[in-house]
Design a protein around this ligand. Structure first.
Ligand SMILES: NC(=O)c1ccc[n+]([C@@H]2O[C@H](COP(=O)([O-])OP(=O)(O)OC[C@H]3O[C@@H](n4cnc5c(N)ncnc54)[C@H](OP(=O)(O)O)[C@@H]3O)[C@@H](O)[C@H]2O)c1
Length: 215
């Protein structure tokens, strides 16, 4: 079995995840790869470390997220934009490197993408819903008490399905997945390929520019 690697930031949560997995599977080969998305140098070192030590990347769940930073626009509006960006990135990644991708094979393989909506899951995001003020926090806890949220262990199902299930196939690439592992139709904007291309170009400029001196 190829070694598995966990990416996490900061280390305490990653180490805790590794400990609980080792309790379940004592022989599991798991490593902590530290990647803080707010610090591009840590992302570049993690990618280099991975590429130097692993022959293949079998699956990547890009799950890190926050609701919003304080700033212009409402919290929901910023959050919605960030989720739209996630779907558009998956779409453009598929256009470039997916099964019928225009750059497929350039890096020696093809990439299947999936944009996942995990459902309403009770995680730290909802547990600490302070971004909506104290009323948001109370509302989240009351809703959870009434069973409105899925527990985190079950909420992970769709992401794990897309990354690891034998039922996930190439023709399902670029799908928008909802619980439990079902394909759904995303919003009109999320289906806008041109918007995806523009966002991709902007992202390359932004992160490429800032990351150049790190490579
Ligand atoms: N919960 C839901 O109902 C729901 C619904 C739809 C979509 N989602 C999305 O699912 C994803 C996971 O959220 P969650 O609900 O599982 O919330 P969560 O428990 O708060 O998990 C978010 C994860 O992101 C990590 N993270 C935050 N900032 C980071 C950074 N700068 N670099 C690297 N990692 C960072 C956090 O790490 P630390 O805790 O170690 O800082 C944490 O492990 C998010 O993108 C969220 O928008 C969640």
């Amino acid at each position: 079995m190829p070694p598995s690697t966990w990416a996490a930031a900061p280390p305490p949560r990653g180490s805790a995840a590794i400990t609980s997995l080792r309790n379940l599977i004592p022989t599991a080969d798991i490593r902590l790869l530290i990647m803080d998305h707010m610090d591009l140098s840590s992302v570049v070192s993690a990618a280099k470390d991975f590429a130097e030590t692993q022959p293949k990347l079998h699956g990547l769940i890009a799950n890190a997220g926050i609701v919003a930073e304080k700033g212009s626009g409402g919290v929901w509006s910023q959050y919605g934009m960030s989720k739209l960006a996630n779907i558009l990135h998956a779409k453009e990644l598929d256009r470039l490197y997916g099964p019928g991708g225009v750059k497929k094979g350039e890096s020696g393989g093809e990439i299947w993408t999936a944009a996942v909506h995990p459902g309403d899951v009770y995680t730290d995001l909802s547990r600490n819903a302070m971004f909506f003020g104290i009323s948001g926090l109370v509302a989240a806890r009351v809703l959870n008490a009434f069973g409105a949220f899925t527990p985190a262990e079950k909420g992970a199902y769709t992401s794990v399905f897309c990354a690891a299930s034998a039922e996930m196939e190439g023709h399902m690439s670029v799908g928008y997945f909802v619980p439990l592992g079902k394909v759904a139709k995303p919003s009109r904007h999320a289906r806008d390929g041109e918007l995806g291309m523009k966002l991709w170009a902007w992202s390359v400029d932004e992160s490429g520019g800032k990351g150049k001196n790190l490579l």
